[in-house]
Design a protein around this ligand. Structure first.
Ligand code: THU
Length: 152
């Protein structure tokens, strides 16, 4: 299976999916395979596509001091910023669990720093895309960079 076929009722899938999606999914799966998740045993891979077209993957990195854990999206965003990109065009998140895995609240806020409300997020499982959502759907009325605009 290619991995990007639509799931009935998911609202996402191959028809409206960009051609880069399969590569993003492959990159996210590759990162998931390297996840450091000995405590939760819940491995996550993420891949962000930047405005430049470059892809950045990340996995969750857990810590014996549990709150220090870093999410997969956070890892991918950090790699993107370190490489000089500042705009996220779309995101793939892949897990092995039975349910689609939406980004946590902190990750939604981190995505908002580098993406607008129309940015698409593909929630994937081993079989492919399960759900497609926009950042605006997942984090409406977000506090973002523009909120900080002050009169000059
Ligand atoms: N996790 C992520 O990597 N991204 C999220 O958006 C939600 C949670 C990770 C953190 C932890 O390693 C594991 O999932 C279980 O919470």
């Amino acid at each position: 299976m290619s991995g990007v076929e639509p799931v009935a009722g998911s609202g996402g899938g191959a028809a409206g999916a960009p051609p880069q999606l399969q590569e993003m999914l492959d990159r996210a799966r590759g990162a998931l395979a390297n996840a450091h998740a000995p405590y939760s045993r819940f491995r996550i891979g993420a891949c962000v596509r930047a405005g430049s077209g470059r892809l950045y993957a990340g996995c969750n990195v857990e810590n014996a001091s549990f709150p220090v854990t870093q999410c997969a999206e956070n890892t991918a965003i950090g790699a993107m910023v370190a490489a000089g990109d500042r705009q996220i065009v779309e995101v793939v998140i892949v897990t092995e669990g039975a349910e689609p895995c939406p980004p946590c609240g902190r990750c939604r806020q981190q995505l908002t720093e580098f993406a607008g409300p129309d940015m698409r997020i593909y929630l994937c499982g081993p079989e492919g895309v399960r759900v497609t959502a926009t950042l605006g759907e997942l984090l409406p009325m977000a506090f973002g960079p523009r909120t900080l605009t002050r009169p000059t």
